[in-house]
Design a binder for this molecule. Structure first.
Ligand code: COA
Length: 183
């Protein structure tokens, strides 16, 4: 029914928080739990990001709830990534605490069907810009040392290589973005 479709399109448009040239970023929401779960359990997404663990649906529910809390408190939560005109979630970006003590870090991932087009870089660049607007400075991101695709994203974003630690199985490389160096 066209009217209903129009309503759905309008409801979706209200959820879009950030628009880039090719992408729409929507704050994580409970209605997207199953779609997000499918992205996070993908073998190529989870390999480095989740140490290859297949996370349960409850893990995604908790991520959505914690992202909501961060959006309400500071604006720095997680967004799902879509292409305009389709509801299909192709990835995610945003901010999430990592390590101990927890530090908010920039995060991104895409379904492998969407690798190779610069979408992760485009979405993460928008998240970085939002982070700076919110007063986050510096902004940190990290990747497992063998995660060369992720390291290339941080390089493409213009982040600076910082320390390498022995966190995780193969070590972790940290990158830093500073507002004063951001163009
Ligand atoms: C990390 C990850 C998002 C990188 O995906 P990606 O597709 O390589 O990254 P981008 O979306 O930025 O695309 C860049 C690639 O598209 C190419 N490209 C094509 N068109 C482009 C465009 N318009 N703009 C920029 N790059 C473009 C680039 O040349 C590059 O390919 P290359 O690395 O072979 O040179 C992906 O590997 C992933 O989801 N991994 C699993 C989750 C994960 O580990 N996340 C990191 C933890 S923080």
């Amino acid at each position: 029914v066209p009217e209903r479709d129009g309503d759905e399109a309008a409801a979706f448009a209200r959820r879009v928080d950030i628009e880039t040239e090719r992408l729409r970023l929507v704050p994580f929401a409970a209605v997207d739990t199953d779609a997000l779960h499918a992205v996070f359990v993908d073998a190529d997404v989870r390999r480095f990001l989740l140490d290859d663990q297949i996370v349960p649906r409850e893990w995604v529910e908790a991520e959505i709830a914690e992202s909501d809390v961060r959006f309400a408190a500071s604006g720095a939560g997680l967004w799902s990534i879509r292409e305009p005109g389709t509801p299909v979630i192709v990835g995610f970006t945003g901010f999430r605490p990592f390590f101990d003590p927890p530090e908010l870090q920039l995060l991104y991932g895409l379904r492998p069907t969407h690798w190779g087009h610069g979408f992760a870089t485009e979405a993460a660049r928008a998240a970085l810009a939002r982070g700076f607007e919110l007063g986050m400075d510096p902004i940190v991101a990290a990747a497992d040392r063998p995660n060369v695709a992720s390291i290339r994203v941080m390089e493409r974003l213009g982040m600076r290589r910082d320390r390498t630690t022995d966190d995780g199985r193969d070590g972790t490389v940290f990158y830093v973005a500073r507002r004063s160096e951001w163009r």
